[in-house]
Design a protein around this ligand. Structure first.
Ligand SMILES: [Zn+2]
Length: 202
């Protein structure tokens, strides 16, 4: 089972849907675990004078007859806040005090085989006082500098930016741990500096 799947299951099991609804201001009793009827603001003009929605704590979801949609806590947050799936998982976990689920072998490709071992070893050399975001900003400044002063051939600059964007995407989607993301950023930095050295010689 993927880590995302385990996170979804845990949210459904541990965060009462009626609590999430009450926290969003819906008229439900957060402490009652039976079905309750309430007004939904996610269809039409947002006013729902005849309450169209019903919460089913047993299945950790609610159904709105006017939306004709079933929503769990994650979908509720996505619809209320207009955010994507993974940010919603993260936000629910932190709002309701669920600590990050540990990764398991096979959660993503980069945990497999020797590459993972090597990445882990290099990660041990990372500056522990810095975060992924610190490294991200640092590499971004470096690439911006190279882009601005054209000290690298255009093709190199583009491929470095592409690699940079890809790493950020993988980390944001949690397909890559922040630690491995930092290792990958370090490789971009090394490549960029080597290319700059070569270009200066020519
Ligand atoms: Zn609705």
């Amino acid at each position: 089972m993927s880590r995302a799947r385990r996170r979804v299951d845990r949210i459904r099991e541990e965060i009462p849907i009626q609590r999430v609804l009450a926290d969003y201001g819906y008229d439900v009793d957060p402490n009652y675990d039976g079905e309750q009827q309430f007004s939904c603001d996610l269809h039409g003009d947002g006013s729902d004078s005849k309450p169209s929605a019903r919460v089913y704590p047993d299945s950790a979801s609610w159904f709105c007859f006017a939306c004709s949609a079933t929503r769990d806590a994650i979908q509720t947050m996505r619809d209320k806040e207009g955010i994507e799936f993974f940010p919603a998982l993260k936000k629910l976990e932190s709002l309701y005090g669920l600590s990050p689920l540990p990764f398991e072998e096979g959660d993503y490709d980069s945990t497999k085989g020797a590459a993972h071992g090597a990445a882990k070893e290099i990660a041990g050399l990372l500056d522990p006082s810095k975060t992924f975001e610190d490294d991200q900003k640092r590499i971004q400044r470096l690439l911006e500098g190279f882009t601005a002063d054209k000290s690298l051939p255009m093709m190199d600059t583009l491929s470095l930016w592409e690699a940079f964007d890809k790493i950020n995407y993988y980390v944001r989607k949690e397909m890559l741990s922040e630690e491995n993301g930092r290792v990958a950023l370090g490789k971009i930095r090394k490549t960029a500096l080597e290319k700059a050295k070569e270009a200066a010689k020519e």
